[in-house]
Ligand binder design. Structure first.
Ligand code: NAD
Ligand code: TYD
Length: 345
């Protein structure tokens, strides 16, 4: 069995590859894995073990047609994680999102068809559905993406579907809620808050903090991906969620507690443009059809993640301290008395 994983040096892709190499997926214990990753600011070769008998790492772009047509023959299955993934960046410049997420998916799938790949899973997101005030989205809900990131993912889902329908490619799509876990880039809510709070630095809560996200541990997401890969039906979409809904304010409070930080470090900052109020998935399909059950209890998973960041500053410090801060992660004004710990939201 040869597995081709795009974006395997990023947060979720690297977790998936590590679970493959740890032989945690029945039938894939001996699988050989090829990772294709461009190593953008979000990719890190050190997220994976060195190359060995079961792992080959290739630094390259999913938009590179020649490379993909060269690499893909001989692979049985493809799991496509590679993407530009951060909403705030897509608000600053969406070009890379359209290029990688849309054209990259099309290029990859062309190569899959040409190489006769047996099975493909395209990794998507709940954000393609937009924002929902009440209730939850099923897989039949309309695609109403709001951010350029979400729009590029929705477009890639439609491209993926068309390759199933037109070319008969055996492909399924997963749409997961917000992931948390180790090795997540410090630009995202949980790692940014944890690493700043551990350092006694302020964090910025967008708007009034009432936006709701549904959180699932990355390990549960990767188990769902493997279930869809091995047992999902071609042409079908599977929501992966029913994790834990929390407002950002609730998340901030939880993280302040877990980090042993001062509540006043949480500061109001201007809201994200077009900020989606709430995401919520109805995941009955993957539960009923494939027997998926999340296994990581939220409070324990979150505590373990805080411990991981506490224990691994060498991993995140270079990322956090050299990354260009996005405008919303800068604080608009100092606290009234100049004390960073007293300007509570
Ligand atoms: P990430 O940003 O941590 O990793 C993305 C990886 O893709 C990086 O290693 C990067 O170097 C690589 N990459 C980017 N452009 C590339 C290109 N042109 N060619 C090859 N490689 C390229 O993202 P993530 O959080 O691990 O997300 C992985 C996938 O899961 C994405 O498709 C994302 O849309 C989806 N998803 C993420 C979440 C979440 O909460 N993080 C939730 C649901 C779905
Ligand atoms: P994020 O981790 O960027 O994921 P997404 O936007 O894809 O859901 O953000 C999660 C939520 O946290 C989102 O509602 C925006 C909010 N947020 C903040 O309030 N402050 C921050 O510094 C960041 C990065 C996010």
């Amino acid at each position: 069995m040869r597995v081709f994983v795009t974006g395997g040096a990023g947060f979720i892709g690297s977790h998936y590859v590590r679970t493959l190499l740890d032989s945690r997926h029945p039938g894939f214990e001996q699988a050989r894995v090829t990772v294709l990753d461009k190593l953008t600011y979000a990719g890190n070769r050190a997220n994976l073990p060195p190359d060995g008998p079961r792992l080959t790492f290739v630094e390259g772009d999913v938009c590179d047609r020649t490379l993909l047509f060269d690499l893909l023959p001989g692979h049985d299955v493809v799991v496509h994680f590679a993407a530009e993934s951060h909403v705030d960046r897509s608000l600053v410049n969406a070009s890379a999102f359209m290029h990688t997420n849309v054209a990259g998916t099309q290029t990859l799938l062309d190569a899959c068809v040409a190489a006769g790949v047996q099975r493909v899973v395209h990794i998507s997101t709940d954000e393609v559905y937009g924002s929902i005030d009440e209730g939850s989205w099923t897989e039949e809900s309309p695609l109403l993406p709001n951010s350029p990131y979400a729009a590029s993912k929705a477009a890639s889902d439609l491209v993926a579907r068309s390759y199933w329908r037109s070319h008969g490619l055996d492909l399924s799509i997963t749409r997961c809620s917000n992931n948390y876990g180790p090795y997540q880039h410090t630009e995202k809510l949980i790692p940014l808050f944890v690493t700043n709070l551990l350092d006694g630095q302020p964090v910025g809560l967008y708007g009034d903090g009432s936006n709701v996200r549904e959180w699932l541990h990355v390990d549960d997401h990767c188990r769902a991906v493997q279930l869809v890969l091995t047992r999902g039906r071609p042409g079908e979409v599977y929501n992966v969620g029913r994790g834990n809904e929390r407002t950002n304010r609730q998340m901030a409070d939880l993280l302040v507690g877990l980090c042993g930080a001062v509540p006043g470090l949480v500061r109001p900052v201007p809201d994200r443009k077009g900020h989606d109020l709430r995401y919520s998935l109805d995941d009955r399909k993957i539960r009923d059809e494939l027997g998926f059950e999340p296994a990581v209890p939220f409070e324990q998973g979150l505590a373990d993640v805080v411990t991981w960041y506490r224990d691994n500053p060498d991993w995140w410090r270079p990322l956090r301290d050299t990354a260009h801060r996005l405008p919303l992660q800068n604080f608009p004004s100092p606290s009234p008395d100049g004390d960073p710990t007293t300007a509570a939201v």
